[in-house]
Design a protein around this ligand. Structure first.
Ligand code: HEC
Length: 196
């Protein structure tokens, strides 16, 4: 009987470990097959941080962010908006990043934003063109909605908190991808004349 116990001490953690390994392998296969959750996974969050760092290096976000030209916006993005774009390199892949700063709150106006951007900045919504194969049906955009400090906005759904990064709301009737699909030109971008 004593010897059996000894065996269990080794076998149990081993079985648990094997289970974990096969579970994560299964999850990543599901993801590459497009079956897993399209957004908010630890990988998506890590990607969002890598994108944020590259945006900060390019002075598009963060304390050193360049000023753009604020304009009056339309829902859902905010009352006053600012749009900047530039190619950035993330994990060795270079692609276009489009950054939309969303300003709101009491007293928001073109002039108040120009005078004090930090006070009214509510969200930074970003599209980053990923490598071919990332999301072929939706033109390979990575989507994220950041708070001014670079952490992610979270959506609560049926008691679950979903971080807004990745192929955001892919396959859903509402959200980044389905709404941007309606943009003219077929590349999910509403803004015209982006030079890159
Ligand atoms: C209901 C529709 C809708 C949803 C949902 C939506 N957008 Fe947009 N988005 C727009 C429209 C319309 C514009 C262009 C007008 C403007 O400047 O607001 C735009 C502009 C943008 C731009 C600037 C590039 C462009 O296409 O002109 C970015 C970046 C962006 N959105 C990111 C996002 C992200 C990230 C999400 C999800 C978290 C999101 N959007 C959700 C409608 C939407």
């Amino acid at each position: 009987m004593m010897t059996n116990y000894g065996w269990y001490k080794i076998a149990l953690p081993l079985v648990a470990l094997l289970g974990l390994v096969s579970l994560s392998a299964c999850q990543s296969t599901m993801r590459t097959m497009g079956m897993g959750p399209p957004m908010g996974s630890p990988e998506d969050v890590a990607d969002s941080q890598a994108v944020w760092k590259a945006l900060a290096r390019a002075d598009l976000v963060g304390p050193g962010a360049r000023a753009g030209t604020p304009y009056m916006g339309t829902p859902p993005h905010g009352k006053v908006l600012e749009l900047l774009h530039q190619k950035i390199t993330v994990n060795g892949h270079t692609g276009l990043a489009i950054v939309k700063r969303n300003y709101g709150g009491p007293g928001v106006s073109l002039n108040s934003v120009k005078a004090n951007r930090g006070r009214y900045l509510k969200a930074i919504t970003v599209m980053f063109k990923r490598e071919a194969g990332y999301d072929p049906e939706d033109k390979n955009w990575f989507w994220a909605k950041y708070k001014p400090d670079g952490s992610l906005h979270v959506k609560e759904k049926m008691g679950m908190k979903i971080q807004l990064a990745g192929r955001v709301a892919k396959g859903k009737p509402m959200g980044c991808i389905s709404c941007h699909r309606g943009a003219p030109g077929g590349d999910f971008v509403f803004a015209k004349n982006l030079k890159f």
